[in-house]
Design a protein around this ligand. Structure first.
Ligand code: NDP
Length: 449
């Protein structure tokens, strides 16, 4: 969809001119501008206040080198980042990603999306994102620890529990957060709330590990319930066998869904009778699940190096939980052609712009944007901050109840925005508009910031 209003066009064109190579950042901003474009005509003061420019531009970008030594004594240098996008609603909050693909544009897109996502949670959380182009894959535990210590030696200058509270993302799980927190403590002293996603043994929250995947299913259930449907008997396709994908699969199965296909970087695995998730989790090698090895246990299963989204698999629900832009327009059409009616994003921006447009035009398709449906992780991070501040440790059940409440509230917020703006079931636009209104209110309340 094109931008129609002169102000949204101007904001996008300026960014595209200034950051021509930051593809993902431009894409995330464009998708957001498409959603707010129709209301700009009724808000002429926004341009004078430079509301959109202030919303899409990070407050601060920190970029630093990370020297570390491998097990053979070879020294490596990676690039580290922390994008402190917005402190309007609270301390900067958002994960760290360790992946070879990381660059400044990807960090900026994630930090921008995080701003809208955190607003939707209703918690007092600003937004940031960080990480490095270091890939933990194939690295020993000792190498990962040395990298994390070096990364934190620099990052510790820029974070603390009142200012900026990082958590995990791709390539950063409890192990990495544990090493990062250990180093932070050596440098700055005990400060429980400086990071979230911590291991339970280091004052983490029960339920944080599962939160994004479980939260995704709670959101999906609310979306289905609005159409008087449940997960019972529905076939699901899920990409990603990491933190988000696996926990989403387990919760979907618990709710009566049938997970027929899963994928990771190696390829995709399909079993029309439903995958045995216990068997799959037992196939973990070096932190990753060996999907191809599943065939040794279930010969009828079909492993392929093809993308899960390109395969002709019949299913009702798709949950992309791997990475950005994993679904293009052709894949989106493939999903529609094979019966998929619902999609909820576990990953951040897994649909490219063309795929979003294909889904928006398809009458049979309802989809939820990650900034709403994957907000469970940051929501429970917020609960971890509360527990740390109160020196409390809540039960798994209490955290899970809070998570369900928050995910249902986020769905209600998106639905209400869809009603207010007559968007039908365009939850992506509803989420953007609801978050936008909240952030604009915070901008207006705080003056020229
Ligand atoms: P993990 O590192 O735990 O798992 C990522 C999974 O995605 C792995 O199975 C990995 O494959 C697969 N994957 C990653 N990159 C690619 C790629 N380029 N092509 C194919 N498969 C790929 O990360 P998370 O589960 O934490 O994060 C997944 C997504 O969810 C990301 O988009 C993240 O931003 C988003 N997210 C995460 C949150 C969290 O709390 N962790 C919160 C909100 C969003 P392999 O196993 O082969 O490495």
């Amino acid at each position: 969809m094109l931008l129609n209003h002169h102000y949204t066009k101007q904001v996008y064109d300026q960014l595209a001119k200034r950051y021509p190579y930051q593809r993902e950042y431009l894409q995330a901003v464009h998708a957001f501008l498409e959603a707010v474009d129709p209301i700009m005509a009724s808000k002429p003061t926004y341009q004078k206040q430079a509301i959109l420019e202030r919303l899409v531009t990070p407050e601060r970008i920190i970029s630093f080198r990370v020297p570390w030594m491998d097990d053979q004594g070879q020294v490596h240098l990676n690039q580290g980042y922390r994008v402190q996008h917005s402190s309007l609603l609270g301390p900067y909050k958002g994960g760290l990603r360790f992946d070879a693909s990381v660059n400044e544009g990807i960090m900026k897109f994630l930090a921008f999306e995080q701003t809208l996502k955190n607003a939707l949670t209703g918690l007092p959380l600003g937004a940031g994102k960080g990480g490095s182009d270091f890939s933990p894959q194939g690295r020993s535990d000792q190498e990962i620890m040395r990298f994390c210590q070096s990364f934190m030696t620099e990052l510790s200058h820029h974070i603390n529990e009142k200012l900026d509270v990082p958590a995990g993302d791709i390539g950063v799980g409890e192990r990495e957060i544990g090493y990062l927190y250990g180093q932070y403590k050596r440098l700055k002293g005990v400060e429980l709330g400086a990071l979230t996603g911590k291991p339970i043994q280091a004052n983490g929250s029960l339920g944080r590990r599962q939160a994004t995947g479980y939260g995704l299913i709670y959101f999906l259930e609310a979306m289905l319930a609005a159409d008087k449907k449940t997960l019972e008997g529905q076939r699901l396709l899920i990409s990603g066998t990491g933190n988000v994908g696996l926990h989403a699969a387990l919760k979907a199965q618990e709710k009566g869904g049938l997970v027929v296909a899963l994928s990771n970087r190696s390829g995709s695995l399909y079993d029309p009778e439903g995958l045995d998730l216990d068997c799959l989790t037992s196939l973990k090698e070096g932190g990753r699940i060996n999907l191809a090895a599943y065939k040794g246990h279930y010969p009828q299963a079909d492993f392929s190096t093809a993308s899960i989204w390109a395969r002709p698999i019949e299913a009702e629900i798709a949950l992309p939980c791997a990475t950005q832009n994993e679904i293009d327009a052709q894949m989106a059409q493939n999903l529609i052609d094979h019966g998929v009616h619902y999609l909820a994003e576990g990953a951040n921006m897994p649909l490219n712009l063309d795929a979003q447009h294909v889904f928006n035009q398809a009458k049979t398709m309802t989809w939820a944007p990650g900034k709403a449906s994957n907000a469970g992780g940051v929501a429970v991070s917020g609960l971890e901050m509360s527990q740390n501040a109160m020196r409390q440790s809540w039960s798994l059940d209490q955290v899970d109840q809070e998570l369900q409440t928050i995910m249902h509230q986020i769905f209600d917020t998106c639905q209400a925005a869809c009603q207010d703006y007559q968007l039908g079931k365009n939850y992506a636009a509803g989420a953007d508009l609801a978050a936008f209104n909240q952030v604009v209110a915070a901008i207006e309340a705080q003056g020229l910031v």
